[in-house]
Design a protein around this ligand. Structure first.
Ligand SMILES: Cc1ncc(COP(=O)(O)O)c(C=O)c1O
Length: 507
């Protein structure tokens, strides 16, 4: 029979927590948990009181009923978060099934999700949410969401949207409003995307929806697609969910985080259908020069691959550099280019993005039919948000004042780069675009073997939330991502916390 001790041990193992970790977390939270207590629970000599049981369940992110063996034997502990704050008198099963028959059906997530990882909003974030629920203030450098950091949507956008709201009650055409697509088409012309008509433009509820849609329409089980490592993990997640195999190519920190072309080459085989680039890049902040893009185009041409280019940060480029759309270099290939207004216009919550099909569309006629089917099936994207695309893409671009010297994003980048790389054991490539940096930690110096644990320990000790490198499909435990959207005073506080943490932290 499975006992409390068995479940406790397995949950601790899953979370990589030892008895000392639980004692430390308990003392931080003012919960009385001594060495002898926890060792008795682990050895099975005794079981805890209800308040301790709930503390353990919350910390280990398991259901309290499961931990105490009141609910069914089976469910694995990971991710099954306890929502109970007080001790239940009866398990949910007893309430639903007072006869005590233990054969109630359980509902599990689809096995299609088994290999899907999306840690940008994963277990460390769940822990931060719990800390906040308990009243702890958490400093968040984990999500590229401009609004909470005081980046306001341009007034004109709000004004135009409110004026058009009553005209946006119905569904639009599934690919989007004519006015929005026309403006995107003109934007595509400025970026020199070849062979783009208004029919080649699809609006979406953010780029996110279109990443999912484009992967679902393309990939059969076992089809391979090259995705960068590190990546914006939605690409890997959607390719995997679609049944495809995400094959990660390296971006090379020694070469400004540019894609390693020889690694890409090595990873292409006859199941490879496409490659993805993220330019400018999240999480590294890299901007790819024409020579690198040209080599990627040559590779795609040689191996007959579709190019997917995620360019959502194309208007957030610093140091007077120019963003080049890879599709502009590939008129003979089929390319899909993604962008949107979440970042450049600080309206991540309005949900508007788009994808543009360009180049040689005849080779992708059947795929395009699939895209149209999926686009029709979701009816249309958010119409009020589509209504301001024309306003947003035309005229004065207020984001430009943020990315030049004296502007917030520029100055915050200068600060975070200098301050973080001043900490012994931290190095970084200076980002050139977007608002992320992907610093390297000297794992030998700090004995770090598990970067998720590093993020969790930093969160628990310093109430600071970052995302560990593994969250971006980076295999070594030696990186983390910071979002440098907060003002310098806040970034300063964050850097001090990291510096102090690393002065004593060893794994
Ligand atoms: C590289 C990249 N692509 C796509 C997205 C999703 O953006 P959207 O808000 O348009 O869904 C993000 C969001 O952070 C991103 O960083």
């Amino acid at each position: 029979m499975v006992t409390f001790s068995d479940r406790l041990k397995s949950a601790m193992e899953q979370k990589h927590l030892k008895q000392v970790d639980l004692i430390r977390i308990a003392s931080q939270q003012g919960v009385k948990l001594g060495k002898s207590h926890i060792s008795q629970y682990v050895s099975g000599k005794t079981i805890p009181r209800n308040d301790i049981l709930h503390f353990l369940a919350d910390t280990l992110e398991v259901d309290a009923g499961w931990l105490s063996c009141k609910t069914a034997e089976d469910p694995a502990p990971t991710g099954s978060i306890s929502h109970s704050t007080s001790a239940p008198e009866k398990s949910q099963q007893e309430i639903l099934n007072p006869g005590g028959n233990n054969t109630m059906r359980e509902f599990k997530k689809s096995s299609k999700l088994n290999n899907v990882l999306y840690d940008v909003r994963g277990p460390v974030v769940d822990e931060a949410a719990k800390m906040e629920e308990r009243g702890t203030h958490v400093l968040k450098l984990n999500i590229g969401n401009p609004a909470p950091f005081g980046f306001r949507t341009p007034d004109e956008i709000i004004y135009d949207m409110s004026h058009q709201l009553s005209d946006c009650e119905g569904y639009s055409a599934s690919q989007g409003l004519f006015s929005a697509r026309k403006a995107i088409m003109q934007y595509a012309q400025l970026k020199k995307l070849p062979n783009v008509t208004i029919d080649d433009i699809y609006t979406g509820n953010g780029v996110s929806e279109l990443i999912n849609l484009s992967m679902s329409a393309l990939l059969d089980d076992g089809d391979e697609i090259l995705i960068p490592s590190p990546d914006y993990p939605l690409w890997t997640a959607c390719a995997t969910l679609a049944g495809g195999k995400a094959v990660h190519y390296l971006c090379d920190e020694q070469s400004n985080w540019y894609p390693d072309i020889s690694d890409m080459k090595k990873k292409i085989n006859d199941r490879t259908k496409a490659l993805v680039i993220i330019n400018p890049n999240n999480p590294t902040g890299a901007l790819y020069p024409k020579e690198v893009l040209q080599q990627i185009v040559d590779l795609a041409r040689e191996h007959h691959l579709i190019i997917f280019s995620d360019e959502i940060y194309d208007r957030l480029v610093m140091d007077g550099q120019e963003h080049i759309s890879i599709a502009s270099l590939a008129p003979d290939l089929f390319c899909v280019t993604f962008s949107g207004l979440s970042k450049s216009h600080m309206i991540a919550g309005f949900r508007i993005g788009w994808m543009i099909l360009s180049g040689n569309k005849s080779i992708a006629a059947d795929y395009i039919e699939g895209l149209k089917m999926l686009s029709n099936m979701r009816l249309c994207s958010n119409v009020p948000a589509q209504s301001i695309v024309q306003t947003a893409l035309g005229g004065h671009q207020s984001v430009e004042s943020y990315i030049v010297p004296g502007g917030r994003i520029y100055e915050q980048r200068e600060y975070i780069y200098n301050a973080l790389t001043d900490i012994p054991g931290i190095s970084a490539v200076k980002p050139q675009a977007a608002f992320y940096m992907f610093p390297k930690i000297d794992t030998k110096k700090f004995d770090i073997v598990n970067d998720e644990k590093f993020a969790l320990d930093l969160l628990r000790d310093k109430k600071l939330l970052i995302v560990h490198g593994g969250g971006f499909n980076w295999k070594e435990p030696d990186h983390f991502r910071v979002v440098y959207l907060p003002r310098i005073e806040i970034l300063k506080e964050a850097v001090e916390k990291i510096g102090d943490f690393l002065s004593y932290y060893r794994q």
